[in-house]
Design a protein around this ligand. Structure first.
Ligand SMILES: *Cc1c(COP(=O)(O)O)cnc(C)c1O
Length: 394
């Protein structure tokens, strides 16, 4: 038996298989919408972050095509060398205008925006307080920064306060980081309280609006707008890849912050500028989000309708939270989550099982979109009901 330094890879994968944690991608075809084609089978799509349906909108497609014709496929360099186009600056101005901030900076993804911002702002002498359910990009940004990281219980503002009271004075700078809508549970962070605690303990606050932008607030600016809590110094991160329907990420905040990040954020400085097509599509989406509230209104109508249907027909299953388009239905074991997802698929419904290690508890995670029809929601609830009835019959 010859030993290879790579043999641990198959052992490690074997462990994932045994725990039912193994994952692989599924192929969807065609334009993104409420109905998708999954391995050739048409399915109702409850797995997409395309909350407003904009990723398949003709206007975004046309804007991307025009940018392709005018600027070509690639940005060809980092923004500080040869990769900066007027399109990038226009998009940054639009984001700042949507977010009501002085300025904004566009990154190549939301993940890179978090890595870059946190690593640039914090160092080994600093303290980061992080919600235990934060997105991977926030957690890895904190690790990359080499600051001391204290994780507090999910949405536990009291624990956050106690940690700051105990440890704040031992560190130079302090930063609280949190999703605004938590990506796996779909619940809201306690933004008013976070702002208050941050102020009391001389701490900066970074909020990741990835799932809230386009969905919350009177013009779709996100949770900050929903709570009407515009603080000029608040650091707002987000993505262009969810409700905005394109690709890329951003940081929005004070002009000082943005100027600093342009000079200090490694994941912005040392990576190629966002492609012209993605940039133009995002720019068009932001205009649509601000001028066409009907998409957001329809999304919220669907959220309310789905909740009412679920409560009426499946009272035995209570969502982890139901305050956003992300609605997670808890199940006892990874196998049950897989079984329900597989059953729904036989019914022509795509709703993925999310299991450890991604989340602590197994669930079916449902993402609602403005483009879902009433009968799509009814089919989903029907499917869940049939599965639950079958289970309890056993
Ligand atoms: C999706 C997501 C990101 C990453 O954004 P991408 O643009 O897809 O890299 C960051 N934070 C949160 C909370 C997210 O849900």
């Amino acid at each position: 038996m010859s030993h290879s330094p790579y043999s641990w890879l198959s052992n490690s994968l074997e462990t994932l298989h045994r725990a039912n944690w193994y994952r692989s991608p599924q192929t969807l075809e065609g334009l993104p919408g409420a109905i998708a084609s999954l391995s050739g089978q048409p399915v109702l799509n409850f797995a997409s972050n395309n909350y407003l349906g904009l990723a398949g909108d003709r206007r975004l497609i046309e804007a991307a095509k025009e940018a392709l014709e005018q600027y070509g496929t690639g940005s060809t360099g980092s923004r500080l060398t040869s990769g900066h186009r007027s399109l990038h600056r226009e998009l940054e101005r639009s984001i700042a205008q949507l977010k009501q901030t002085e300025d904004a900076l566009v990154f190549s993804s939301g993940y890179l925006a978090n890595l870059g911002a946190i690593a640039a702002l914090m160092g080994p002498r600093d303290l980061i307080l992080s919600d235990e359910y934060n997105h991977s990009s926030l957690k890895n940004g904190a690790i990359l920064s080499k600051a001391t990281v204290i994780t507090y219980g999910h949405n536990n503002v009291q624990e956050l306060t106690e940690k700051l009271r105990e440890y704040r004075s031992q560190y130079r700078r302090s930063l609280i980081i949190s999703d605004s809508i938590f990506s796996m549970d779909g619940d809201l962070c306690r933004l008013p309280q976070l702002l208050e605690v941050a102020q009391t303990y001389d701490s900066m606050l970074l909020i990741d609006e990835a799932h809230a932008t386009g969905v919350f607030g009177s013009t779709g600016a996100g949770l900050v707008q929903h709570f009407q809590l515009h603080k000029p110094e608040l650091i707002q991160v987000g993505t262009l890849s969810k409700a905005i329907g394109s690709l890329g990420g951003y940081v929005a905040g004070s002009a000082l912050l943005i100027d600093y990040l342009r000079n200090r954020a490694p994941s912005w400085i040392y990576t190629t500028g966002l492609s012209p097509a993605d940039t133009a599509a995002a720019q068009t989406a932001i205009a649509i989000i601000q001028t066409e509230p009907q998409h957001r209104e329809q999304l919220w109508q669907n959220i309310n309708d789905f909740q009412a249907l679920l409560t009426r027909h499946c009272p035995q299953i209570v969502p982890i939270a139901s305050e956003s388009p992300i609605i997670s239905l808890p199940l006892e074991t990874p196998q049950q989550a897989l079984d329900l997802s597989a059953y729904l698929k036989t019914q022509g419904i795509f709703a993925p099982a999310i299991r450890p290690p991604t989340v602590p508890t197994s669930r079916i995670r449902i993402s609602l979109m403005a483009t879902h029809q009433r009968e799509h929601l009814e089919s989903l609830v029907d499917g869940i009901k049939h599965y639950l009835d079958r289970m309890s019959g056993q």
